[in-house]
Ligand binder design. Sequence first.
Ligand code: G6P
Length: 475
Amino acid sequence: MNAVLVASNRGPVSFTLSEGGELTMRRGGGGLVSGLSGVVKQMDVLWVCAALSDGDRSAVRLAPGGRLDHAGYDTGPLRMLDIPPATFHRAYNAVANSTLWFVNHLLYDTPNAPHFDGRFRREWESYQSYNAAFALALAEQAGPGARVMIQDYHLTLAPAMLRGERPDVRIAHFSHTPWAPPEYFTLLPDDVGIEVLSGILGADHAGFLTERWAAAFMDCCEVVLGARVDRARRTVTHGGRTTRIGVHGLGVDGEALWARALEPDVESHMAALRQRVGGRRLIVRIDRTELSKNIVRGLLSYREFLAQHPEWHGRVVHLAFAYPSRHDLPEYREYTAAVQRCAKEIEDDYATEDWDPLILNVHDDYPRSLAAYRMADVLLVNPIRDGMNLVAKEGPILSPRSALVLSREAGAAAELGRDAILVNPYDVSGTARALHQALTMPEEERTRRGERLRDAATALPPAAWFSQQLDALGG
Ligand code: G6P
């Protein structure tokens, strides 16, 4: 029995299975895992997550009670749930990633999608069962009066389900994504929207990354549920219960990041990159290959910048790291191909014998990403919409003299906007101008802004972010 538990779809590690049946453990990617991993390992917190792949399932099946830490892995207390693959696939790919993610990031091409039909109903039932499996595991593992921290859009129903099983436990839910405004949220079938909102309201405390996403959630509760919303006190009352709404702007542990970034594998990537790009200026981006990250418009902006500024030819290189994500979804595979096509066009147009204007890399390599951060002159972060975007916070820590070009639609803009160069992510020409402005920003101004960016980025490191939410549930 545990006093503090965390639940999320993706856990801190994932496993791959080689042809010879050998399991290799890797660190998980994305903002949620980056934020939680360090904290959970330091505190005695049980992390409950789902097995995402065949590799994960093989590892879980060899672990007593799904406890990977009891099977000899250095993960900290970790229980992985072996949810039947078909149920998992429908819950994760079809509902969480193709529906709730699309709604909250405003990603639909509405003349063509979504379609809420009979098939969606089966997918929705799987999402309900997946949430029920988490609620059950949490109910089994939670000690009396335990505090349970449920994460993200995969698990919107689990708070209310857990409350039904265990009225004694204290529950927090946290959304790592943006939240949609009511007129977009109501694309969802009415009963589904109601279930999502009242699922989260099963928690005592519902947390968001920025005021803007918290306000959108409260608006949805008012419009869709007819809930009583007190914006000054930040509470939502519905069905006889009151949920407090909190804003916790997740930041970065600067010291831990630096410690990792000074390791020899990062240094050797820096040496290799330096050899490849010489003394040229570097525009860096690092993302999952994710529709919301707006990588294609980022590349188009770089192309427009090159077209407008021949004086920079041969003097600048764009390092674009777009590591693979959610490749079970056709939209993501197509998007990766579009990114590659666009990169090739830039090379065809501009590359010379001794100048590669763009280095695109679509393979995940954490130490190489850290090397790129350290060498960046300009960091480009231009998502269509993003819960926070930790890249925008990590970059200024590791490259104090770099300039940040940041989308005004990233949650991070709320805290970093004053010292970044803000862009409208749809405005390719505007972003091209911002790249130029960033490259030509005087050294002294860059350093001044860089210091403030770093302070803002480290204002609420993961441990403090987590404690705030634990405290919100009472000691
Ligand atoms: C975002 C979500 C996380 C998710 C991550 C990576 O940061 O908020 O919940 O884990 O993306 O996505 P994936 O589908 O690979 O877990």
